[in-house]
Design a protein around this ligand. Structure first.
Ligand code: CP
Length: 332
């Protein structure tokens, strides 16, 4: 594992090894400091609470020094395209940025969200891919246009921690939100759930299907792991018998770059596509998960978010332990 860009390419055994390593960090069984005397670059093109704080704390815990850079804010604006005439608003090319940064840092984490403008361009993760292409040190995806593997690793750890090692019925449900959001979290959650061999149900309204190639990868992963994948447009039905409810909103790729059309299309789902008590009662005492930040009484009601079923704070804590496991693995 040179980089950690997605969980794709990791076997189920390797994912479990990472989760076990994270568990050992959490319990205090592992106090090793593989980053002692070393620095890790953290490049944030977008805002963050959990990812930024947990990476900074995790690097410190491992004996290292986090170097946070914000292109266009506290560092120069960055161009990622090759062969362009840089006479616009971009000051530095990723080619130099990365090759300079790796003279100081043993790994580079990157957060670069989808712009939600051009689906065909963004679905190939152009900025993250440029970092990985130019870097000779490991690159860690801290959420790109298509994937958020640190989140999904923490999610899988949380499911295992709360519900044990057995295969579970896991529902990923779309939820109404006042604007289109990127698909990185649902993509990575679906993929990791399938890799872990769970029975995954993806519930979303028509027009909100995930990327076709991604779904093929998810189905292949489920076949390899012995899990299963189904999709449905019926939210109530999906909740029946669920052991995990994972809520997330995302934009439609059919209206990508056209948020007005997306908003018009999703308006009719506002009342129905929310996680509330009535839907949770249909489950088999499911835990409620969300990557956070979450809009209360939009994605999920106060009653569910504040109930004992909600594990969102433990899930956020597990980001710290999961990322320490990833950093340790990349350093060794
Ligand atoms: N879940 C997550 O990545 O949170 P932040 O956007 O706050 O980092």
């Amino acid at each position: 594992m040179k980089d950690f860009l997605t969980t794709l390419g990791l076997t189920q055994g390797e994912l479990i090894e990472l989760i076990e390593s994270a568990r050992r960090f959490k319990s205090g069984e592992d106090n090793t400091q593989p980053l002692k005397g070393k620095s890790v670059g953290l490049v944030f093109f977008n805002p963050s609470l959990r990812t930024r704080a947990s990476m900074q704390v995790g690097i410190y815990d491992l004996g290292g020094n986090p170097v946070v850079l914000e292109p266009g804010g506290t560092s120069w604006t960055l161009e990622h395209r090759d062969g362009v005439v840089m006479d616009g608003d971009k000051t530095e090319h990723i080619a130099e940025f990365v090759r300079v940064l790796e003279r100081y840092c043993v790994a580079i984490g990157v957060r670069t969200f989808a712009d939600l403008k051009d689906w065909q361009e963004e679905r190939i993760d152009p900025v993250l891919s440029a970092f990985a292409r130019y870097a000779s040190v490991p690159v860690i995806n801290l959420e790109s246009a298509m994937h958020h593997p640190c989140q999904s690793l923490a999610d899988m750890m949380t499911i295992r921690e709360k519900l044990g090692h057995e295969r579970k019925r896991v529902v990923l449900t779309w939820a109404w939100h006042p604007k289109p959001l990127p698909m990185a979290v649902p993509n990575s959650f679906a993929l990791a759930t399938a890799q872990m061999g769970h029975d995954l149900v993806i519930a979303h309204p028509p027009d909100y299907q995930l990327d076709e190639e991604l779904m093929k990868t998810v189905k292949d992963a489920a076949q390899t792991s012995g899990g299963s994948v189904e999709t449905t447009h019926e939210i109530e039905e999906a909740f029946g018998g669920a052991e995990v409810i994972y809520a997330k909103s995302w934009g439609s790729k059919l209206f990508y770059g056209n948020s007005e059309q997306d908003l018009l299309t999703r308006a009719k789902y506002r009342r129905k596509w929310i996680v509330d008590d009535a839907k949770m009662e249909r489950t088999a005492d499911a835990i409620f998960m969300h990557c956070l930040p979450v809009r209360r009484n939009v994605i999920v009601t106060d009653a569910v978010l504040d109930s004992t079923a909600s594990v969102v704070i433990d899930e956020a804590e597990n980001r710290l332990h999961a990322q320490k496991a990833v950093l340790k693995r990349l350093m060794t």
